[in-house]
Design a protein around this ligand. Structure first.
Ligand code: NAP
Ligand code: ZN
Length: 349
């Protein structure tokens, strides 16, 4: 074991503190990564604040980070010292079940190991990327393509893949009308990626305050959901809606915006809200309601390559280690344009 410097939540309601965490020694198939940047995802906030159940503290969050390989185990073939790499929400899975074999490790039937707050294969609790170094199995480490900066790559590892996967799965592309509900960290990347795929994109935001940005990101239309006319005017219009809202939405109202065989994909976590299932709205127009969880490892690489090729990158605001608490409050009040990224050089500086 060796120690690395990290930023940890001291309690669900407590402050962030600079601390050290233990990392395992490099195993034969492991990669040691010097982390440069780690994004702040709203899931970190749900987790730290206990909204997804009790946690063990201190807890080091962070599941979208990028950096440079500084050492490799003797059996590592996929990465070399000096490579620019990234890690997302998973650091291991069984590799043998039907879902893992299909490249859908996020749905591992034996339960995958999440990047933080999860029981690792050695029985310890994983600690995430708000830290300076991490040891990860080579199979869960992604190549950051040339043309993508490390700070920009970081949010792609969660927010990027979480929006790319359902857009690809449900055929966003030329001739398809896609709506994105909520334009925060996930949402703004959803807009950029769907537009790069060739779809006609509409943003459904609570107000028009970010309209100029949405149009700049590639949206053809931008509507306020606080305006009831939006729902009348857009009825039956979309092939696909991806919902990135971090709370509850009125599902019945949004389903009405889908055309025949249209698909509604929830990505945001409406924690504590059992949804009322509007069967009438599903039956009309044979609509589909589903959920999507991040994406598989091969698909995550595909997404990074796609973003590099199409010039898609998140809008980021870099923060120092001592600004994490403030950044959380700003995400919760939707005062983020559009993803906070921690510069890990500032941890313990
Ligand atoms: P975020 O940056 O806070 O964005 C959420 C957006 O939702 C906000 O920008 C806002 O958009 C809208 N919103 C917020 N509160 C709302 C409310 N009360 N009513 C209606 N709209 C509201 O968060 P994020 O990091 O993108 O994450 C979004 C959600 O996705 C979180 O719940 C997160 O846990 C979840 N998530 C899921 C996965 C997955 O694999 N499925 C992966 C990562 C994250 P407007 O201001 O435009 O209305
Ligand atoms: Zn995330």
């Amino acid at each position: 074991m060796f120690t690395t410097t990290a930023v940890a939540a001291s309690a669900a309601t407590g402050p962030f503190v600079t601390t050290t965490v233990q990392r395992r020694e490099l195993g034969p198939g492991d990669v040691l990564i010097d982390i440069a940047y780690c994004g702040i995802c709203h899931s970190d906030i749900h987790t730290v604040r206990g909204e997804w159940g009790p946690q063990q503290y201190p807890l080091v969050p962070g599941h979208e980070f990028a950096g440079t390989v500084s050492a490799i185990g003797p059996e590592v073939t996929k990465h070399a010292v000096g490579d620019r790499v990234g890690v997302g929400c998973m650091v291991n899975s069984c590799g043998e079940c039907e879902n893992c074999r299909a490249g859908q490790e996020q749905y591992c039937l034996k339960g995958n190991v999440l990047t933080y707050g999860s029981v690792d294969r050695d029985g310890t609790t994983t600690q995430g990327g708000y830290s300076q170094q991490v040891v990860v199995d080579q199979d869960f480490v992604l190549h950051v393509p040339d043309g993508l900066g490390l700070a920009e790559a970081a949010p792609l590892l969660c927010a990027g893949i979480t929006t790319y996967s359902p857009l690809a799965r449900w055929g966003a592309g030329p001739g398809k009308r896609v709506a994105v509900i909520g334009m925060g960290g996930l949402g703004h990347l959803g807009v950029k990626i769907a537009a790069a795929m060739g779809a006609e994109v509409t943003v459904l935001s609570r107000s028009l305050s970010k309209k100029d940005d949405g149009l700049k990101f590639g949206a053809a239309d931008y509507r306020a959901t606080s305006d009831e006319q939006t729902f009348e005017e857009l009825a039956g219009r979309f092939d696909l809606i991806i919902n990135t809202v971090s709370g509850h939405v009125d599902l019945g109202a949004y389903l009405g915006l889908l055309r025949l065989d249209g698909v509604f994909v929830t990505l945001g976590a409406a924690v504590g809200h059992d949804i009322e299932f509007p069967t009438g709205a599903i039956a009309a127009n044979r609509r589909v309601y589903t959920y999507s969880l991040i994406g598989g490892i091969a698909e995550t690489q595909q997404m990074l390559d796609f973003c590099a090729e199409h010039g898609v990158a998140p809008e980021i605001e870099t923060v120092a280690a001592d600004q994490v608490g403030e950044a959380y409050d700003r995400v919760v009040s939707s005062d983020v344009r559009y993803r906070f990224v921690i510069d890990t050089a500032t941890i313990g500086a």
